[in-house]
Design a protein around this ligand. Structure first.
Ligand code: NI
Length: 137
């Protein structure tokens, strides 16, 4: 059974959302929102499994933000066994892009990615689930 819900959005955000879904070929907002929800549910399922996997975390932050670089480094050192490789790119005078390749249990590496992304001062953070490739044919 379909349920109707109301969503409140700022005008600017709604216009950008409409542009985005038009580019992706959606004919209405409902279908686009359903797909976004499904995507989140799949990711949640992945995160709750304790299978051994790999993932990539991407972080964008201003390295001038007080204590931020140090906090991010400390979190990574606390999980040195999971963080197998990192790449740091200086985007411009202020901003840094950091990519972390992680290996471990799904739920643990995703939690680590989320912890890094939610560190105060991180402007953009995303965790991308990957695979060790073992189950890929
Ligand atoms: Ni940098």
């Amino acid at each position: 059974m379909l349920q109707r819900i109301g969503v409140s959005l700022e005008q600017d955000l709604l216009e950008k959302f409409d542009e985005l879904i038009e580019q992706r070929g959606y004919t209405n907002r409902s279908e686009a929102i359903r797909d976004l929800i499904r995507d989140q549910l799949v990711q949640k399922q992945w995160a709750e499994s304790s299978q051994q996997s790999m993932g990539v975390s991407m972080l964008v932050y201003d390295h001038h933000t007080r204590d931020l670089s140090q906090k991010l480094a400390e979190t990574q050192h606390d999980h040195y066994a999971e963080v197998v490789s990192t790449m740091h790119v200086h985007i411009d005078h202020n901003n840094c892009l950091e990519l972390l390749v992680m290996k471990g249990k799904n739920n643990e590496i995703e939690a680590l990615g989320e912890k890094l992304a939610s560190t105060h001062g991180v402007k953009y953070g995303k965790f991308i689930p990957a695979t060790t490739g073992k189950d890929l044919k």
